[in-house]
Design a protein around this ligand. Structure first.
Ligand code: FAD
Length: 285
């Protein structure tokens, strides 16, 4: 539980952090809240030569509305996301998921950017980001670019983020005003991480048919995934007990479901369907 030796640098700006990343030749790591990185270092599962602390850069914090999106700075903590009035008003599902992360201490230190950049398959926010069509603002040596969260998660703890880049903010699509949303999580009894976490957002048209539906799942596969098969099954349909049950049976279709000593593949597939059905019943019946 003692990390390898490393040096520590406090970056005074985003540009300085990018320069320091470049100078570390792939051996440096950004430090935000430290609640995923420091445990990994203690287990020596990662051994960065330099920690580049960006945790105090105030320009990477905060929540603002920009047309039909909420833009959230990468260093905004889970507690701030959970309690922010704009998030509660426009993205209640994100507030709900952020409020289920770890415990109060974790939520006070952990950041939204760190959660997504870390890409833990059992983290709560990747599914919410997929369901809300998140766009990531990434700043690197060649300037800033915007990338879709679709395709960002490549594997456990692996993302498409280049080594010398910083995730500066995440913008989330605000769903239609009449949409309902939920995040349901079956938490691992020891760690509190998601064994399965289902984020679902749905709206019905005036005739009762499903006109908007977004579902994504984390916890069960190597990466969070978007449940296209469930969405296609329900889009335009009148939701009933039966159509919802049939659609929920497809919840594992789009993910490569894994297994570990806690939950077999079969059990994870079962959890996907059960939690998706519960979420859809909450939203559509
Ligand atoms: C006891 C405990 C329980 C937890 N339970 C849960 C849970 O139930 N659900 C859940 O989702 N999470 C959980 N977490 C993880 C927590 O949410 C972390 O805060 C989060 O995953 C990482 O955010 P951080 O700011 O601490 O990042 P750090 O640990 O500082 O960094 C994590 C990784 O992301 C990189 N990084 C950080 N910020 C950026 C950035 N802006 N740009 C580019 N790269 C960046 C770092 O270099 C590092 O590789 C738990 C953690 C602990 C310790």
């Amino acid at each position: 539980m003692i990390p390898n030796q490393f040096s520590y640098v406090r970056a005074e700006s985003i540009d300085e952090a990018i320069r320091l990343l470049h100078e570390s030749n792939g051996e440096g790591k950004l430090l935000a809240g430290g609640h995923s990185l420091i445990p990994l270092m203690k287990f020596r599962l990662t051994t960065p030569s330099t920690l580049i602390d960006i945790g105090h850069l105030s320009e990477l914090r905060g929540v603002r509305k920009a047309e039909n999106r909420l833009v959230i700075g990468a260093l905004t903590t889970h507690r701030e996301v959970h309690s922010h009035p704009l998030v509660q008003e426009h993205l209640p599902v994100l507030a709900k998921a952020a409020g289920q992360i770890g415990d109060l201490q974790v939520r006070n230190r952990g950041t939204i950017g760190g959660n997504l950049a870390h890409a833990d398959p059992a983290a709560d926010l990747p599914a919410v980001a997929l369901a809300l069509d998140a766009m990531l603002e990434i700043q690197g040596e060649d300037g800033a670019e915007i990338a879709s969260v679709d395709g960002f998660f490549l594997g456990p703890l692996v993302t498409a983020l280049p080594d010398t880049s910083i995730l500066t903010s995440v913008s989330f699509l605000i769903p239609p005003a009449h949409a309902k949303s939920t995040y349901l999580k079956y938490a691992h009894p020891a760690s509190g991480y998601a064994v399965v976490g289902v984020c679902a957002i749905a709206a019905k048209d005036p005739d009762g048919a499903v006109e908007f539906i977004r579902i994504a799942i984390n916890g069960v596969a190597d990466v969070a995934y978007h449940c296209v098969a469930v969405e296609q099954k329900l889009q335009g349909q009148l939701p009933t007990e039966e159509t919802i049950r049939e659609a929920a049976l497809l919840a594992a279709e789009d993910g490569e479901i894994g297994s570990d000593h806690f939950a077999s593949e079969e059990y994870r597939r079962h959890l996907c369907s059960v939690y998706t059905e519960r979420a859809l019943r909450d939203l559509l019946l």
